[in-house]
Design a binder for this molecule. Structure first.
Ligand code: ASP
Ligand code: MG
Length: 422
């Protein structure tokens, strides 16, 4: 008997029919002798619907007071789903009780719409589990010290589930979703993409931060920090499949590197269409330039990803970086108004039609020539690389957006990701 946390996403909770299937599945696990805590998302589309209503009535300026109300509003989506799931479990003959974040409580900081969990008091939940109840806890929400309801950012129910699993030292946290695991790349781009049976936590972190939208990145960070065994699996299998088979399905996120030793050097290809490139040309090659450019960008709360500075010629250099595409116009305006005049730089050019493609793998640490193989593959396809950035376990290139699918397919093949791991 173990304490298990299940998390169900919005599609899995999308209708009363689907909620009934979730209840049947959870009941199966509870009847097998496990203590069950379930963290569901709002029914699919509900959070968007609620936030859409707010938008219709929103004040011209986004204030803290407004964001507080957004949380008050958006959190109701999860309150509906926990109650419905508890009712459905009761309908299956199980004892079940639901709690909103503030009732547990799941304590967060006060950063409305993007709050961070600070602590979870698991006492109430433990008492219920001992009494034989299935406990349902809202995803996505918490409460700050002053008693305000907060939310954790879009997709935040993943983080709620992992945090609850960490606080309760659960044996495993199972994230049930509408895909059946983590793939070597997006199967919509490469039909030959394979499901990974295991993926290293650091690899998952890289993939989550670069476009693989299966898990909220914060949940992966949390799992890494507290070593929560995490599995991503499908909620679309028949609810009554053998529990032993179900327990081994999907993709397990692992922490032991040696488990991966015999695996491929590259585990996956990630890509991201959300970035844009900004270049400041002809800046003087003197101390403090990077700080002046990127400091202004950071002060405007704009996140910077890949950064490149060229060698200088005649005391001048070029400086390029990428930002989220939504921040592109703002970044260019900001630089033109505030930085260019001060620096005496000659020009700013930008390109929003770029994408970033990355190869990710823990095995890259101990193998030379992996990046080279990537560059050769891209050159054979005639794809120009505009920027390169590397870390221990990934190499990313910025290329023209129109070659993205070609690059991903070619790399997937070059690294033999369509072949089963020996
Ligand atoms: N319901 C929230 C959202 O749509 C949280 C979640 O589903 O994880 O973002
Ligand atoms: Mg999600």
């Amino acid at each position: 008997m173990a304490l298990i946390v299940h998390k169900y996403g919005g599609t899995s909770m999308g209708s009363t029919e689907r909620i009934r299937l979730v209840a049947k599945r959870v009941a199966k696990w509870a009847r097998a002798g496990h203590q069950m805590v379930v963290v569901p998302s709002a029914m699919s589309g509900e959070t968007n619907r609620l936030l859409g209503l707010a938008k219709e009535l929103a004040p011209a300026k986004i204030t803290d007071a407004y964001q507080r109300e957004l949380d008050m509003l958006a959190s109701t989506g999860e309150q509906v789903s926990v109650a419905l799931l508890a009712i459905a479990l009761q309908g299956e003959g199980m004892e079940s009780v639901s709690y909103a974040g503030w009732q547990v409580p799941i304590l967060t900081n006060s950063a409305h719409t993007k709050a961070r969990i600070e602590s979870i008091d698991d006492q109430k939940v433990r008492v219920d589990l001992v009494a034989g109840k299935v406990v349902i806890v809202t995803g996505f929400q918490g409460v700050d010290e002053a008693g305000n309801i907060t939310t954790l950012g879009r997709g935040g129910s993943d983080t709620s589930a992992v945090a609850v699993a960490a606080a309760m030292k659960a044996a495993e946290c199972l994230i049930y979703t509408d895909v059946d695991g983590i793939y070597t790349t997006d199967p919509r781009v490469v039909p030959e993409a394979r499901r990974l049976q295991t993926v290293g936590f650091e690899e998952m972190l890289e993939m989550a931060s670069m476009g693989s939208k299966v898990l909220q990145i914060r949940s992966v960070e949390f799992a890494g920090k507290y070593k929560v065994p995490l599995r991503v699996l499908s909620s679309f299998t028949p609810w009554d499949i053998d529990i032993a088979i179900e327990a081994k399905s999907g993709t397990l996120i692992t922490f032991e590197e040696d488990e991966n030793m015999e695996q491929a050097i590259v585990s996956g290809i990630a890509f991201n269409r959300d970035e844009a490139k900004v270049s400041v040309l002809g800046v003087p090659d003197t101390p403090g330039i990077a700080y002046q450019i990127l400091g202004a960008v950071a002060d405007a709360n704009i996140e910077v990803d890949v950064i490149i500075q060229n060698v200088s010629k005649d005391g001048k250099t070029d400086f390029s970086f990428t930002v989220h595409r939504n921040d592109f116009a703002k970044t260019v305006d900001l630089l033109k108004e505030k930085v260019l005049p001060k620096l005496g730089a000659t020009e700013i050019i930008g390109d929003a039609k770029i994408c970033k493609v990355s190869i990710v793998g823990i095995g890259m640490r101990s193998h030379v020539g992996v990046a080279c193989k990537m560059f050769r593959c891209l050159s054979e396809e005639g794809i120009n690389i505009q920027m390169i950035s590397t870390s221990e376990i990934k190499t990313s290139v910025v290329i023209d957006e129109k070659y993205m699918e070609l690059a991903v397919r070619a790399l997937h093949k070059a690294f033999e990701l369509d072949q089963p791991v020996a």
